[in-house]
Structures are given as structure tokens and as C-alpha cells.
Design a protein around this ligand. Sequence first.
Ligand code: F6P
Length: 358
Amino acid sequence: MRIGILTGGGDCPALNAVIRAAVKTSVGFGWEVLGIEEGFDGLVHCKTRPLTNASVSGILHLGGTILGTTNAANPFCYPVPAEGGKTAERDISDVVVANFRKLGLDALIVIGGDGTLSIAEKFYEKGIPLVGVPKTIDNDINGTAVTFGFDTAVNTARDALDKLHTTAESHRRVIVVEVMGRHSGWIAVHSGIAGGADIILIPEIPYDRAKVVQTIMARERLGKHFSIVVVAEGAFEQGGQLTHAEAKQAGREQRLGGVGERVAAAITELTGKETRVVVLGHLQRGGPPTTFDRVLGTRLGAAAARLIRKAAFGRMVALIPPDVESVPIREAIGRRKVVPVDSDIIESAREIGISFGN
Ligand code: F6P
């Protein structure tokens, strides 16, 4: 038995913990393992290397992925050079299926977020026996209680908020902290609550700038001359739109970024208060994974190998507390797991005085 492992989409703390556990478990089953480099691009160009217990030794605590990754190489709409120096998209998925067979693979472990798992589901339907492992710091994948990487990202953001509090207070400023979260406000809500934010703006609750300002001015009247605002990159104003960092490029999702600046400009204009913006960006994607993420990554990686042993293809390992179980990949994709606006976490945050700008 020879299996392949790939990591696709944006990187995420504890990817290496998943790879390590999947390799060690597979080797324990007596299988050979091929690491596929840079996501599905590795199957387009046959970029692989053997993975043994020795090759995954010493990587548990490292961020990133030893296999490399990309979020710009979807074989179903692969970017290819077109006339006039432009880039077009082409379906080269048959090349991947052919290379999977050429490499002598019997099964594949695909570690990725919604985009990568959607590609995986299509390859499963084209005949590749594969299993999925859900990955994203955004925590927005359905079917699993939580994704690995989320806890580490939240801790990074919370640590930043702890540090920003003292400088905001010393200078009587408003500090707007933009965190990741394309479609969901999980990182913003968890880091904001743990880091003592005054206002949290998330995609699930479009904000009203007047309400944001009201909260800041109410704090002023109470003698609190500073405020901390956490904004998810995918947050937008009521009746407004997402803020994009750049124009859409072929073969990849359009990058978000800039909503923090937008919120800060409105606050300065309407309150006259000095405001600063901190964009945490890719800091949230790196660093040593937390204990929680190392344990979750290890459980998911080992469980993925066990799924293959049971020939339970087309399924994704998932944390369904207290156990790691599995769900069909098709049930997990295409529908983001967002923060329920009527959940106890939002209710509790509101009760302790956090505003969601609405
Ligand atoms: O999905 C994870 C994520 O970190 C998003 O929060 C963010 O919008 C995106 O990836 C950024 O990706 P890139 O690596 O292309 O900058």
C-alpha cells in the first residue's frame, strides 16, 4: 500500500502535527508514504518525496507545512498564460488523475480548508480514493466542532490585544485591530472576548458606524479614554461591501484587507479621537502550535490513516466531541460554519458590555 499526503490552501499552525501523525500511523500499518509538495500542484507536476518516520521527526512544534502549500493551483481552473500577458483558467484535472496512477498511489490524504476539500471532493468523484482533514485558522468548516490552527491563531491575536491595551490607555487612543476571518468572525469573537475588546466587528453582524461611535463615546463619559476595536477582515458596514486588498486574480480567491483602516477613518472623523490600526495578518498563521492544536492535529492525522485502512473514502475526519469521527466531505464543503448570532457566546459578550456595532 502506498499513500500520498498533501497540504493545500493557506498554511496553518499544526499542519506538521497532522503530517507527522499520519505518516507515523501509516508506517505503523506497514505502508509507504509519499509527500506531495505544494498542494495539488505537486500532482500536476509530480513533485513528491518519500516520507518516513525520520523525515517527520522534530516537526511537531513547527508552524507551516514541511510539504509546502499553495492557494493558487486549483487543477479544475488552473492558471495558464494567455494572450497579451494575461492569465486564463483551464481544467487540467485529468493530468492529476493520470499522475496519481503513474505514482503508484493507492490513496490520498488531503489536508485543507473549504477550497482544497472542494477540489478533493471533485477528485473523489473522478475516482481518486481519498480522505480529508479539515484545516483553517478561520474555524469556518462545517462538520467539525473546531479546526486545528484556530486555537493558535486566537492566542496570537489575544496576545497582541494584551499588548495593545496598555499603549491605547497610555495615549488615550482608539486602536483598531484587524484579524483574519474571511467569512466568519470566530477569531475576532474569541480573541476579542479573551483580550478584553470593547467592540468586535464580524461578517455575521454588519456594523453601523454610529453604534461603534456611540460605544466609544459612552466609554469616554465613564472616564475610559481609550477603546480597543477588533475587526474581522470580512466585516462590512450595513448596506456596504467587503474590503478587498487587490483585484481578483485567476485561479484564486480575491484577497481581503483594509476594513480596519476604513473603520478607523470613520472613528477619527466622527469622534475626533486619535486612532491607530494594527493589521495582524499572517502573524496569525505562524508560530508554534498550542498544546490544543498539537493534540487535535495528531488525533486527526492518525484518524485519517485509519479511515484509509477502512477504505472509508470521500470522508473527512472531524472532531465531534469527545471523539474524532468522520463525515462525508460533500457535507462539510460549500457552506461555511459562521458564528451563530444568537449563540450564548455572543449573548454573554453583549451582557458584559461588548458591542458588535449594531
Ligand atoms: O483562510 C485562511 C486565511 O488566513 C483567511 O483568513 C485569509 O483571508 C486568507 O487565508 C489569506 O490568504 P493568503 O495566504 O492568500 O494571504
